[in-house]
Design a protein around this ligand. Structure first.
Ligand code: HEM
Length: 439
């Protein structure tokens, strides 16, 4: 990793000893980034807890780094903090090795598998939504995280919705995620990292035992599909590879869709005109099955989803590490440098989006298509080799949820609109209290 001296020529704000710029960035991540861009330009350095990082801002930088035609930018090095809990997942792999594994993973995302997940999800979602209260306030953020986690047990692992094992598994997944965000990176007994490592070991042992049966019988859940997954040449994974890849997959799927749905629900409750548009769109589907054809007609819902992802992206920054020296915008950047891309701030740039802080899903409609102003202007799912493999699945999950909810209910905020924390992962400060009213 390059020293401060090796990055002396890169501009940046003065840093406090040890903590560097951590406090400002955690307190107001977007405001701080926007301020640094205004003061130092689109390439500047910051220090988070002693680690120097060069920020490469804007859509052009995203294109260069994410398309990475020269195998220069390592995702494994960038996401190093995830390594202890999630070694060997796609995000922790690079270049040819990553491409080979991604081709195998792709088998679990083919159209027929997605159709099976949809069928499994539709019933489970209806059952879980029925357990929510009507005409009484509750915290939507907490409820949707719980719903997606329980749904995950069924759709990702093929476990009964509320079985004892599903509960243990879900607890272990949450421990792993808390560990991946923890400041203390060593598994000292009693710390989140220690619980996370225990959770990882529990999940590995539990799922290892299931592999022989799932390989023999298959199943309409992600884990079974990954046990059977093969690339075009018939290559699949051994047990350890399945466990590593599956573990990262459930982490990547966990909070992201729940966050997007929370932003959507807050926006619909705050913009009754948009809620009416979506209620009408859902009513237009009739009482028939929510199949692929029906969901494909939900274009207004899709635009609200896109707008929610732009305003509060679940993954607001993307880390990489330079594997060799390179030059960007006239700056020489040495091998080993930690790099940060900032899709969150780019998606709020007036260069690409008119009135960028305003909720305006019509900006994606034909005739405006602001997201196309640059290939990398709208990038909540990243881009290039590591672009989110779950993008279509999460769109499906969001449409199914909105259709199931708005067939029966109207949503109202049960308190002031929350402020959103951006770091380390976005969440509404103080929750998202809402009330559901029967239509
Ligand atoms: C709204 C929901 C989601 C958002 C915003 C999102 C965002 C992202 C982003 C930005 C990346 C790229 C990170 C990078 O390049 O460093 C990514 C990768 C990934 N996502 Fe998602 N994600 C979502 C849902 C999901 C779901 C539901 C799944 C699984 C079913 C999933 C699985 C993955 C995996 C496995 C990767 C790593 C891909 C690779 O390295 O090749 N994501 N996601």
């Amino acid at each position: 990793m390059p020293t401060k001296a090796a990055l002396a020529h890169i501009p940046g704000p003065p840093a406090l000893p040890v903590i560097g710029h951590t406090l400002q960035i955690v307190r107001d991540s977007y405001g701080t980034q926007q301020d640094y861009i205004a003061r130092y330009g689109s390439v500047y350095k910051t220090n988070m807890l002693g680690v120097w990082r060069v920020n490469l801002c804007g859509a052009e930088a995203m294109e260069r780094v994410l398309l990475d035609r020269e195998n220069l930018f390592s995702s494994e090095g960038g996401w190093d903090a995830l390594k202890r809990i999630y070694p060997g997942g796609l995000l922790l792999q690079d270049f040819d090795h990553h491409r080979a594994n991604r081709r195998i993973m792709q088998a679990a995302f083919r159209a027929s598998a997605i159709r099976d997940y949809r069928l499994r999800m539709t019933d489970a979602m209806g059952e879980l939504l029925d357990s929510w209260p009507a005409d009484a306030p509750f915290d939507f953020y907490k409820a949707i995280k719980d719903l997606t986690l329980r749904l995950g047990g069924a759709v990702f692992m093929g476990l009964p919705l509320d079985g004892a094992l599903a509960k243990q598994v879900n607890r272990a997944i949450q421990d792993e995620i808390r560990a991946s965000l923890a400041v203390i990176r060593w598994p000292i007994p009693g710390t989140p990292m220690w619980r996370g490592v225990r959770g990882r070991d529990f999940l590995r042992e539990t799922f290892r035992q299931m592999i022989p049966e799932r390989r023999a019988t298959g199943g309409d859940d992600f884990f079974s599909q990954m046990c059977l997954a093969r690339d075009e040449e018939g290559r699949g994974w051994d047990e350890d590879q399945i466990l590593d890849q599956f573990n990262l997959l459930i982490m990547a799927a966990h909070d992201t869709t729940a966050t997007a749905l929370s932003v959507m629900i807050e926006a619909l409750a705050s913009h009754p005109d948009w809620q009416d548009r979506l209620i009408n769109e859902v009513a237009g589907l009739g009482d028939g099955p929510l199949d692929g054809e029906a969901l494909a007609t939900m274009t207004q819902t899709n635009n609200v989803f896109r707008e929610a992802l732009r305003l509060v992206p679940p993954v607001p920054f993307i880390p990489r590490q330079a594997t060799r020296d390179f030059t960007w915008k006239g700056y020489d950047i040495p091998a080993g440098t930690s790099l940060a891309l900032n899709p969150g701030v780019t998606m709020l740039s007036p260069k690409h989006f008119s009135n960028p802080t305003t909720f305006d899903p019509d900006r994606y409609a034909p005739g405006r298509t602001e997201d196309k102003s640059h290939k990398f202007a709208w990038t909540p799912f990243g881009g290039g080799a590591h672009k989110c493999i779950g993008m279509h699945f999460s769109t499906l999950q969001v449409k199914l949820f909105i259709a199931t909810l708005l067939r029966s209910y109207r949503v109202e905020l049960a308190g002031p609109a929350p402020e959103w924390q951006r770091m380390p992962i976005p969440k509404p400060k103080g929750g998202l209290p809402i009330t559901l009213h029967r239509l």
